[in-house]
Design a protein around this ligand. Structure first.
Ligand code: PLP
Length: 231
């Protein structure tokens, strides 16, 4: 069961207010931080709500689920993959997503580049970094990030927009904050070393929006605060 559209609008406004408050506390402009609604596990109406509201993109974490929803959503909006991508789903993912945020290996880079070339696309990607060194999370080791970025920048059919991370689950808010600070510093170092702008810093979810915005997030990926708890 999904919430009503009116309720969704109130929830978006609340999340926007959280972003704005955190941005202003950090001396940042509120519109430097974009909101990506994460519609995974929710029906296609969740995507339609986002489009009706005027949000330009949604995040999904499974390729097949997104492909099915796309047939049920009449509006044009951008689809971003935020979940782990298996090699055998690469072609389908490249055909159905506008950006892939979960690129964490050289193997995946090569497969994505080849598929994008075959489909005549230049595919925007983010490199997913395990900035909290969480054994339970996907993402490249921060120490491997330079190598991964160098490989990514050499791919003719990929465009590297920036970095993504997921904070470890913890009751201590400082854990998320430190994770996001790590990603911010990593991006600054990589941007300087490779002369790559890496404009996007995708970090922050329902429980850690404030910490992420404080540490420079440009894109928060929010599911629960917009659509309710997933079953
Ligand atoms: C599910 C998911 C989100 C949204 O999480 P919430 O806590 O529901 O806001 C964000 N990013 C990724 C990668 C996810 O898988």
């Amino acid at each position: 069961m999904l919430i009503e559209y009116e309720n969704f609008c109130l929830r978006v406004d609340k999340v926007m207010a959280r972003i704005a408050a955190a941005a202003s506390a950090a001396g940042r402009a509120p519109d430097d931080v974009k909101l990506l609604p994460v519609t995974k596990t929710h029906p296609a109406e969740a995507v339609i709500f986002a489009a009706r509201y005027g949000l330009p993109a949604v995040g999904e974490n499974r390729v097949q689920e997104a492909v099915e929803k796309q047939t049920q959503v009449p509006m044009t909006l951008r689809w971003e993959l935020v979940g782990h991508l298996q090699s055998n789903k690469v072609r389908l993912a490249v055909a159905h997503f506008d950006r892939i945020q979960s690129v964490d290996s050289e193997k995946l880079l090569s497969l994505l580049d080849r598929a994008a070339g075959e489909l005549g696309k230049k595919l925007p990607v983010l490199l997913q970094i395990n900035a909290g060194n969480d054994p339970a999370k996907f993402g490249a080791d921060p120490a491997d990030a330079p190598h991964l970025l160098e490989a990514a920048l050499a791919k003719p059919h990929l465009q590297v927009d920036g970095l993504m991370t997921i904070a470890p689950l913890s009751n201590d808010p400082q854990v998320a904050r430190r994770t996001f600070a790590n990603l911010r510093l990593l991006r600054a170092g990589l941007a300087a070393r490779f002369g790559a702008p890496l404009p996007e810093l995708s970090m922050g979810m329902t429980s850690d929006i404030e910490a992420a915005v404080a540490e420079g997030s440009t894109l928060v990926r929010v599911g629960t605060a917009l659509y309710g708890v997933r079953e």
